[in-house]
Design a protein around this ligand. Structure first.
Ligand code: PHE
Length: 342
C-alpha cells in the first residue's frame, strides 16, 4: 500500500474514533503523535517516496496531521465539559456556601441588654474618660489618702505621674456627672476599667463595668433594693431572688453586695456558688454625704444610691462561661457560638 492509500485509510480511522475520557485522549495522542507514534512511520514513508510525489504527499500529510491534532484538542475540551475525573472542573450551579456574617461580641450583647433594662427604668447613659486623675477615681470618692486601692499594685499609673491613672472603676464617672449636673439625676455609666492584676480564669487587668447613680430628694435604701430586684428579674427571669449582704465601699454608706440565687441542683451549681447557691453580681450603697458634698451637691437636700456591676461577671453567668479570658482572645470557635444573639 502506497503512502497515499495508507493516509486515506488512517484518516477514515481517525474520523471514526470517539474519545470519551482524558485517558483515551492521551492514548490517542501517543498513538499518533508520540515519539514512537504513527506519524513517525508516515514521515519515514514520505522520505522514501519518489521526489515527484512529495509535493502532493506533503499536503496530504499536513492535512492528516492537523486532523489528528484537532482530535486531541477537541478531545481535551470534550473531556473538560463532561467533568472527567482527573480534571477538576468548577460546577457553576453549586451553592456558594454563603458569606460569613459577623456576630455581636457576648460582652456587647450583655452590655446592651443591661443598659436597655435600666433605660426603661428612666436611667440615661453617660460616659467618661478611661485615663483619669486621682480626684475622680479616689479622692472625690472619699478614699482616704492611705487606702490600699491607690496602691501601685492595683492601679496603673500613667507616665509615673501620681495624679494620672487608668480608672480602676467606673465610679469616677459618678463624680464627673455630679460635678456637671444638677440633681435630680438618674444615670448609667458603662465603660472599661483597669486593674493591675495577674490574668487568670477569674481576673483580668482590663474589664467592663456599668455604674448606676440616682440622686434626688428622699431616695431611700428600699428604692435601691427594689431597683436592683427589678433589674435582676428582668435580666435573669421573673422569679429570680436576690439578697443583700453588708459590705464596705468608701463612697457609699451603708454599702452592700448583691447576690442572685442561682440554685444548687447540679454539681456545677455547687461549684460556681461555692456550695451556697448564691452568686455575687454587684456592689452598691447609699451615696456617702461626703461624696455629694465633694461634688458640690447639698447633702441636706439630696441623697441617692449607686451601684456598680461587672459586665464580664454577668456574661459568665448568663452564658456559663468558665474562663474570663475567653472574652478577650478573639477565638472564632468561642465567638461563633454567639451568632444570632442581639
Ligand atoms: N466601684 C465599685 C467596684 O468597682 C462598685 C460600686 C459602685 C460599689 C457603686 C458601690 C457603688 O467594685
Amino acid at each position: 500500500m502506497g503512502l497515499k492509500e495508507q493516509l486515506a485509510q488512517w484518516t477514515a480511522e481517525v474520523l471514526a474514533v470517539q474519545l470519551k475520557t482524558a485517558d483515551e485522549v492521551e492514548a490517542f495522542r501517543i498513538h499518533w503523535l508520540g515519539r514512537k507514534g504513527k506519524m513517525k512511520e508516515v514521515m519515514a514513508m514520505f522520505k522514501a517516496a519518489p521526489d515527484e510525489e512529495k509535493r502532493d504527499l506533503g499536503k496530504l500529510i499536513n492535512e492528516f496531521k492537523q486532523r489528528v491534532e484537532h482530535c486531541v484538542v477537541e478531545g481535551s475540551a470534550i473531556d473538560v465539559q463532561s467533568g472527567g475525573e482527573d480534571k477538576q472542573q468548577y460546577d457553576w450551579t453549586r451553592p456558594d456556601g454563603g458569606v460569613p456574617v459577623g456576630a455581636h461580641h457576648p460582652l456587647s450583647v450583655v452590655r446592651r441588654e443591661i443598659i436597655s433594662i435600666l433605660e426603661r427604668m428612666g436611667f440615661v447613659v453617660s460616659e467618661g474618660p478611661e485615663i483619669e486623675d486621682d480626684w475622680h477615681v479616689f479622692s472625690g470618692l472619699n478614699f482616704p489618702e492611705e487606702h490600699p486601692a491607690r496602691d501601685m499594685q492595683d492601679t496603673f499609673f500613667v507616665n509615673r505621674s501620681p495624679d494620672m491613672l487608668l480608672r480602676t472603676h467606673t465610679s469616677s464617672v459618678q463624680v464627673r456627672e455630679m460635678e456637671k449636673r444638677e440633681p435630680p439625676m438618674r444615670i448609667i455609666m458603662p465603660g472599661r476599667v483597669f486593674r493591675n492584676e495577674a490574668i487568670s480564669a477569674r481576673a483580668h487587668c482590663m474589664f467592663h463595668q456599668i455604674e448606676g447613680l440616682y440622686i434626688d430628694k428622699g431616695v431611700s435604701f428600699s428604692d435601691l433594693k427594689q431597683t436592683l430586684l427589678r433589674f435582676a428579674q428582668e435580666f435573669f427571669g421573673s422569679d429570680t431572688k436576690i439578697r443583700l449582704r453588708p459590705s464596705y465601699f468608701p463612697f457609699t454608706e451603708p454599702s452592700a453586695e448583691v447576690d442572685v440565687y442561682w440554685g444548687l441542683k447540679t454539681e456545677v451549681d455547687k461549684r460556681i456558688t461555692k456550695g451556697t447557691g448564691w452568686l455575687e453580681i454587684l456592689g452598691c450603697g447609699m451615696v456617702d454625704p461626703a461624696v455629694l458634698e465633694a461634688s458640690g451637691i447639698d447633702s441636706r437636700d439630696y441623697g441617692g444610691f449607686a451601684f456598680g456591676l461587672g459586665i464580664e461577671r454577668i456574661a459568665m453567668l448568663k452564658y456559663q462561661v468558665a474562663d474570663l479570658r475567653a472574652f478577650f482572645e478573639s477565638d472564632m470557635r468561642f465567638l461563633e457560638q454567639f451568632q444570632g444573639e442581639q
